[in-house]
Design a binder for this molecule. Structure first.
Ligand code: SF4
Length: 358
């Protein structure tokens, strides 16, 4: 499934079942496909009737990811689709901050997130008040917020970024002469990106005395303390275990993993990079250090590729969004993303900047 163009909607239950069997029969038992196909068919009928578009994040469960989304991809790809869609309703099968981004980019549309509980440890790890306090402590610093933040935080930020363009945003700011860049909220993404770009890292939890020692004319990334509760669990021992058991596996890790893990793996990158890599680069097998459904979805999409299945690490937030919830979202118009005009206006600029730096 591609993020670049909408898929035709199967017209009948038989067609839906056929399509889902073709994509899923080597990863999901047939009785489950049959049950899920009935729900997917109802969603597809409603979607057409209501002029809705469904966006599916790469971390959605396979039965959902491979049935109802018109577009799939990472946050950045789906934000671009949300900004351009002509549909009346955007159903964002992902977590709440993603729905907020869609609303900010296309405020005239009704945006639904199928689960009210779809949070994120990163988005919950920083508040607008934290950003205001950081601006006071580091006057003149430019503030970059990862897209995994709530709209109130984006509204206090200068730029947003995703894991796919964090390095480009940092380079853009350095080229523009910025010497102090506050990078929120993911400690590991900040450290990994600073190291990739070759910039000094300073933890906001460090002292003012140590901050005063930093050379004024050298760029510095100032990082926060939040972490992704899924990616922080991958360890160097996990890398070593996979190397021992599957010496031919290429290990790909998301930059929300720790710098120690990133130093040991073969490829670092966003979920989009992982999709592109598995599709385009021949390897005996692949191990993904990211949310587990991503590996399931790639195994379904590329059956000729051998994936190491390490499925103990799942995102409890992403996993609250199911096909059943997506049907209820359309039936009951729930859960609607609502933001004030002021927040939409102020959060729009950093998101637009994020989209323009790709
Ligand atoms: S995987 Fe991590 S960053 Fe993504 S939604 Fe879950 S907690 Fe947030």
């Amino acid at each position: 499934m591609s993020e670049s163009s909408a898929l035709p909607i199967p017209a009948s239950l038989d067609e839906t079942l056929k399509l889902m069997r073709a994509r899923l029969s080597h990863v999901i038992p047939d009785f489950e496909i049959q049950a899920k196909a009935e729900i997917a068919h109802k969603i597809n009928l409603l979607k057409r009737e209501m002029n809705a578009v469904i966006l599916g994040h790469n971390y959605m469960e396979p039965a959902l990811y491979h049935s109802v989304p018109d577009y799939t991809g990472d946050s950045l790809q789906l934000s671009v689709v949300a900004s351009k869609t002509k549909a009346d309703i955007i159903v964002f099968c992902g977590v709440w901050f993603m729905g907020e981004s869609a609303k900010i980019l296309n405020p005239g549309k009704m945006v639904l997130v199928p689960s009210e509980k779809a949070g994120c440890s990163l988005a919950e790890g920083v508040t607008a008040e934290d950003v205001i306090a950081l601006r006071k402590r580091f006057p003149g610093a430019v503030v970059v917020s990862y897209v995994n933040t709530y709209a109130t935080v984006k509204a206090e930020s200068d730029y947003c970024c995703t894991s796919g363009n964090a390095d480009k945003v940092l380079k853009h700011l350095m080229d523009a002469g910025h010497k102090r860049i506050v990078f929120l909220p993911d400690e590991y993404l900040a450290r990994n990106t600073a190291s990739e770009v070759g910039v000094r890292y300073f933890a906001a939890s460090d002292t003012d005395e140590n901050y005063a020692l930093l050379p004024a004319d050298e760029p510095v990334v100032i990082g926060w303390k939040a972490r992704c509760e899924v990616h922080e669990l991958f360890t160097v021992e996990d890398v070593e275990n996979i190397r021992k058991q599957y010496p031919d596996a290429v290990i790909l890790a998301h930059p929300e993993c720790s710098p120690e893990v990133m130093a040991k793996v073969d490829v670092a990158g966003s979920t989009k990079l992982m999709v592109d890599y598995v599709r385009d680069v021949d390897a005996p097998r692949y191990a993904l250090f990211t949310e587990c459904s991503m590996g399931d979805n790639l195994a379904a999409e590329f059956p000729h590729r051998e994936m190491v299945r390490a499925c103990s690490l799942r995102c409890k937030h992403m996993n609250t969004v199911t096909l059943e919830d997506t049907l209820e979202a359309l039936q009951n118009l729930q859960y609607q993303v609502k933001l004030s005009d002021d927040i939409i206006t102020r959060a729009r600029t950093p998101i637009d900047r994020m989209i323009s730096i790709r």
